[in-house]
Design a protein around this ligand. Sequence first.
Ligand SMILES: CC(C)(COP(=O)(O)OP(=O)(O)OC[C@H]1O[C@@H](n2cnc3c(N)ncnc32)[C@H](O)[C@@H]1OP(=O)(O)O)[C@@H](O)C(=O)NCCC(=O)NCCS
Length: 208
Amino acid sequence: MSEPFIRSYRPNDRDDVIDICLRTAAGGGDATGVYSDDSLMPEVFALPYLEYAPELAFVVDGGSGERVLGYVLGAADTRAFVEWWKREWGPGFHERHPEPGAPTGRNPGFTEAQLLAAGFDPERMLIAEVDEYPAHLHIDLLPELQGQGFGRRLIDTLRAALAERGVPAVHLGMDAANTGARAFYDRLGFHELPSSRPDAPLLGIATR
Ligand SMILES: CC(C)(COP(=O)(O)OP(=O)(O)OC[C@H]1O[C@@H](n2cnc3c(N)ncnc32)[C@H](O)[C@@H]1OP(=O)(O)O)[C@@H](O)C(=O)NCCC(=O)NCCS
């Protein structure tokens, strides 16, 4: 049996990416059944990236024809991505999710209304530092893959791909309650951006 390895995203990884996104979306834990529709979270935080920039999506292949176990997704130019979202992604999202569904009783940190608002408002991505840190990313690994160095290697892979394209720096926004992820980013050398808030941390790092 071969070991897991990092490779570029392929279209038939799409369902695995959707599944990973959902299973790591509740402060790093499983968000299955938390929202009225399990497709909502991936439709805001994973699928637009696969559509817009599949060349900046990298996955951890389980090896031996197994499923994908983790990913990093990037948008090199957040301003251009926001324009694309308004034009290409937003209308379909709005149609599929016109309003929040019935409450599930699961008590998410991020409410369904907030999730829909995020889908309706791509300009939320235009952070104050967007011109100095034009790219942004999302990274998620299934629990069985965590703690083995793949997160660090995925970030290195994306940073190298961005640097190759002349992008100087990358940022991310995260859930303040996700203390494990915060320890990871700190360890990798990410720093807080000036507009970061305790309830909505914003971190950045140069690509090289
Ligand atoms: C956060 C996440 C991406 C980290 O990836 P990972 O593969 O588990 O982390 P790595 O094994 O590459 O760790 C890299 C470094 O960070 C440190 N680190 C990682 N997680 C840590 C934690 N919870 N606490 C302290 N240090 C941590 C490691 O010790 C390691 O240090 P070293 O390289 O100096 O030895 C991954 O755990 C994950 O996907 N979690 C669930 C989803 C999530 O939270 N995504 C981020 C949303 S913002």
